[in-house]
Design a protein around this ligand. Sequence first.
Ligand SMILES: [Zn+2]
Length: 342
Amino acid sequence: MLLSGGTTEVVLEGETIRAWGADGRLAAEAAGRVTLAAVGERIRWSGSMLLGETLDAAGAPDLRVGNREVVGRVRLLARKGKLLAVAVVPLEAYVAAVLSRETPPRFQPEALAALAVAVRTYAVGAAAKPRDTAYDVVGGVEDQVFDGMDGVAPVFREAAARTLGLVIRYRGELARTVYHSTCGGRTEDAGSAWGKDIPYLRAQFCNDCADSPVYRWEHRMSETEGRRVAKALGVPPGKDLRIAVTGRTPTGRASRVRISSGGVSRELQAAKFRMTAGYAKVRSLKMEIVPVAGEWRFTGEGWGHGVGLCQFGANGMARRGAGFREILARYYPGTVISGETP
Ligand SMILES: [Zn+2]
């Protein structure tokens, strides 16, 4: 898994840090902290020694890479002046760490178990189609957020352990187990959200997420903010700036948004509008936009794209006594849970 890749430097921390070159020989040692930098296709150790293109580093008792605790060795690669840090993280440790970032620890054990299976399935599927010759998945929003092993609460490790090796398949293939925070009453079709129909990612009614803190949300978009968004989307904002929903999917989510001002009008995908306005402000596309005195009042339901598993819905089901298999069957209908290798 790629820990970091866009920078020229990486800081390693550990009581003792050792690094081996491509020939397997010990290349360098340090105590406490060391900064590595990429110089073209070579790695510079602590501001002085110039080493080869790859290094395998380990720390005792553990190693921190850019402030994230990792288990096992980390491979560093210099590539065109950028330094890549790649960690080999055991699958179950990865599942627990991702869960800890994606879910509140107070969730019911069965909901956490359902999510552990979804997280694992995604990871195994992604690893089968590596993103690069040097790593399989990215430890960030591109795949699933991995923030290291620090503070991963026991409940998350238990959820991984309880579902050890289980993945979700559809007709024998690993399923695309997408999930989101709160659907707001009904999940979304993958076809409506992303233009690709996936049989097990079709809209489902969900009456279990009503206690989510974002079941209903509201956002006041100020005039300044509205102007910024319009500008970013190619409409020069004037006094007559208008923002309106012009199309909806069968589940009632906005699919098209029109921005117009001074004779310029642009209709675009609602998802693009949401991204530009900010995911934490316009929390979902299950929304209405009402102009109020030069500003816009957004009211909506749920948080996230709404496709696949609704996390708060899973928690609500678990509270009603449902097991993780039942939860997964509801949000990924027609799929089968099996061991990692069929
Ligand atoms: Zn829901």
